[in-house]
Design a binder for this molecule. Structure first.
Ligand code: NAI
Ligand SMILES: NCC(=O)COP(=O)(O)O
Length: 330
């Protein structure tokens, strides 16, 4: 029986990413897992957390066995400075990005079937001198993709974003007809082809309060969002809106919807996280490979304590496995 091979990047070494994979590794998985990280940092964290793990060296291109409880296959990339759980070190910003680059290259080359990412600290990477706004943007750039879609999903709700990690002051200008068309097209196609939705019903938020109140509270709905919806529906999509974001998130609208599209990060994600924090997965649509991630950040306050919820990490791994298995039959 075949199984997919995932590469896991724990992200910020001082955060809970290493703790998550060490904890998840205590149970079997229906996939092989290669962790791209500093092996000594992982060993020290496992000792701190009192988690029994046997580490194996991963050699590029090697066939890794299906994950067994208590074993981890590691591609060693050394940190620049020793790591203390909970304490950021600017010098390790480059290490975090190098791990992501390795995972991206491996997926683009077909060495792995998916990337699952742990949380990074965007601030410390920038402090290290690397312009970095998020995994989504970094992986899109590495894969030469103009537009990808950040979609977070929990039981009963999927939220996709038109803009991701940009200052609020830039959001309006970033919502062009072209970008919105691309985001909605990627979302429609992936919901259909990768998530088995038939004619997915997609609810689209407006940008302004009360979706612009017929132009009295803003014009993006009239000038950009409604015309794009109309054009794409004429081509066969099932898009609805623009709706006021403060009222669309209620069961009578959501129950038969496949996804909600929010115009910006904090319009949609607080709702998603209120509903399912710790039980949600972040999926990047539109990349040439599968990428999933946790729904939370580095939680520096909890690193090395063992007092963490690994539910989102498990879901991110399971979603990557399910998507990889489904793609074998495409
Ligand atoms: N996927 C990623 O790489 C993400 C990275 N971040 C980054 O994380 C850093 C910290 O961001 P914050 O806003 O503080 O969010 P955070 O998610 O790290 O922490 C928010 C609160 O949730 C708790 N928490 C987070 N994950 C938890 C878990 N698995 N189990 C138990 N409690 C948990 C934390 O202890 C804290 O109280 C920022 O630099 C941000 O950019 C944030 C979200 C996603
Ligand atoms: N709120 C989601 C988030 O910030 C994670 O983004 P990314 O690093 O996966 O692009």
């Amino acid at each position: 029986m075949s199984y997919p091979t995932l590469i896991f990047t724990p992200g910020e070494p001082a955060g809970i990413g290493p703790d998550l994979i060490l904890k998840v590794a205590q149970q079997p998985l229906e996939a092989a897992v290669v962790v791209c990280a500093d092996k000594n940092m992982l060993r020290e964290r496992a000792e701190l957390l009192n988690l029994p793990v046997t580490f194996h060296k991963y050699e590029k291109g090697q066939k890794v066995p299906k994950h067994e409880a208590g074993h981890l296959w590691v591609e060693h990339l050394p940190v620049c400075e020793p790591v203390t759980a909970g304490e950021l070190t600017v010098a390790n910003g480059h290490y975090v990005v190098d791990c992501l680059k390795r995972a991206s290259d491996g997926n683009l080359a077909g060495e792995f079937d998916a990337i699952v990412t742990g949380p990074v600290h965007k601030g410390v990477i920038n402090q290290a001198g690397v312009a970095f706004s998020g995994h989504t943007e970094f992986l899109a750039h590495e894969a030469d993709c103009n537009d990808v879609v950040m979609m977070l999903a929990t039981e009963g709700l999927r939220v996709a974003l038109v803009t991701t990690h940009i200052p609020l002051a830039y959001v309006s200008k970033a919502i062009t007809k072209e970008r919105l068309t691309n985001i909605l097209t990627i979302l429609h196609n992936d919901l259909t082809n990768k998530f088995g939705e038939v004619q997915p019903k997609i609810l689209v938020c407006g940008l302004n309060p009360h979706a612009g109140e017929s132009g009295h509270l803003g014009h993006e709905e009239i000038d950009t969002i409604a015309p794009v919806i109309e054009t794409l529906n004429a081509g066969g999509m099932n898009l609805h809106g623009p709706y006021p974001a403060d009222t669309i998130f209620q069961p009578k609208y959501l129950d038969d919807a496949s996804a909600v599209v929010a115009m910006y990060h904090d319009q949609g994600l607080p709702v998603l996280k209120y509903k399912g924090f710790g039980q949600a997965v972040n999926i990047t649509l539109g990349l040439p490979y599968i990428r999933t991630s946790v729904d939370h950040g580095t939680a520096l306050d909890l690193a090395g304590t063992g007092n963490i919820n690994d539910g989102s990490c498990r879901l991110a791994i399971q979603t990557a496995i399910d998507m990889a298995n489904a793609s074998y039959y495409e």
